[in-house]
Design a protein around this ligand. Structure first.
Ligand SMILES: Cc1ncc(COP(=O)(O)O)c(C=O)c1O
Length: 388
């Protein structure tokens, strides 16, 4: 019925990539030990330090976010060490699994999915067990849509001997984040979410305290060894120890430049507004949102599938009939929810498009909705913000 068009990514990663970023990636394959790639790498470091409000070192790995998570565990800890994991969902489970594979013991505070981690639980856990070496938490827990208050949790860890490790893979660029002010020792990010770049780069910021822990950390590591990466970055021009995904770095450099042109605080505001508009639209057609502290949910909206429908079925229909890719539920929420991502290269018109397609999908699947209700509620939010 129509000519072939690319699918629209309304998943919380990978996300839509701006044409200028795709072009930056297609221009050339820079040699990875030379001035052209060195300038790209240095540009990424400088931009990330500004965007994440940190003076800490920034290291990169060619790989996905999970590689960054694993590198944090093995570079900070030794087998037999104990860490605190604030488990708000599937990605905290991943921290646990990585730790356990490397012989690290985990003390876990489990939260009901859809709820946020509480700073007072951190205070208590650290008081109960001072042998804990680090506190590990997700900033944006992409499986449930919650955004943890990593600033408040940071206050609970501040001035204590424990390291503070934050997985901000789906948060960087979307949710407010100030690495140094909030006392984050290791902050992990990825290229493929709010940073508008294809998958392929994991990065970490590393504080002086984290470097100190690295000196004595005994977990075996080779590819992910921080000290090796740091040595290569100190070369002139800077390098990575092993061949990086050079074209993705070129794309990343361009995307970070675009984000800085928008202004990071403006980007946070945009994401907050997109989240609010999406929630209002969803509520207007009588569906529930899975998160409790909903106003913090700026990366994605987790929508509870209505009675009799499966979240994956809704996602399938949106993809097949409208070319819109949303994510199904993960883990415990499989089948129960579907997740509409609104992070990165995303604007009000994308929310309106997704909500219109959702209304049509629900209608077809036998859940009658008042057509136009969702888009109209979202449009009101944009209108109030002067954007519609
Ligand atoms: C919060 C969070 N942590 C970690 C990851 C790591 O995943 P990946 O290795 O697929 O980049 C993701 C990806 O969805 C994520 O959202």
């Amino acid at each position: 019925m129509t000519v072939e068009r690319p699918e629209f990514l309304a998943a919380p990663g990978p996300t839509e990539v701006p044409p200028d970023v795709l072009q930056a990636q297609a221009r050339e394959v820079p040699y990875h030990r030379g001035p052209r790639f060195g300038a790209i790498l240095q540009g990424c470091i400088d931009a990330l330090q500004r965007l994440m409000f940190t003076k800490n070192d920034v290291l990169f790995y060619t790989g996905s976010g999970s590689l960054g998570m694993e590198s944090a565990v093995v570079n900070l800890l030794s087998p037999g060490d104990r860490i605190l994991v604030l488990n708000t969902g599937n990605f905290a489970d991943r921290f646990q699994k990585i730790a356990e594979v490397h012989g690290i013991e985990t003390v876990v505070v489990e939260y009901e999915w859809g709820t946020n981690a509480k700073p007072e639980d951190v205070e208590k856990a650290l008081a109960d067990d001072p042998s804990i070496k680090g506190v590990f938490v997700q900033h944006s827990e992409t499986s449930t849509g919650i955004v943890n208050d990593v600033e408040a949790i940071g206050r609970a860890v501040k001035d204590k001997p424990q390291l503070y490790v934050v997985d901000a893979i789906s948060a960087v660029g979307a949710a407010p984040l100030r690495v140094d002010e909030w006392g984050i020792d290791v902050c992990i990010g990825g290229s493929q979410k709010a940073l508008m770049t294809p998958p392929g780069i994991a990065f970490l910021t590393i504080s002086a305290a984290a470097w100190k822990a690295n000196e004595t950390a005994k977990c075996p590591r080779f590819y992910t060894d921080w000290a090796t990466a740091q040595k290569s970055l100190a070369l002139d021009p800077p390098e990575t120890p092993y061949t990086p995904a050079v074209t993705i770095f070129a794309a990343f450099r361009k995307a970070l430049e675009m984000l800085e042109a928008e202004g990071i605080e403006k980007s946070w505001e945009r994401h907050a507004l997109l989240g609010k508009a999406c929630r209002e639209g969803v509520k207007a057609i009588g569906l529930d949102i899975q998160v409790v502290e909903a106003e913090r949910a700026c990366v994605l909206t987790p929508i509870v599938a209505p009675e009799g429908l499966d979240g994956a079925q809704i996602a399938k229909h949106l993809r097949e009939k409208h070319g819109i890719v949303v994510a199904p539920g993960q883990g415990k929420l499989k089948g129960k929810i579907f997740r509409v991502g609104h992070c990165g290269y995303y604007s009000p018109r994308d929310i309106l498009m997704c909500l219109a397609a959702l209304e049509a999908t629900l209608q077809t699947l036998g859940y009658p909705v008042k057509e136009g209700a969702a888009t109209s509620a979202a449009a009101s939010v944009f209108r109030e913000a002067g954007l519609a």
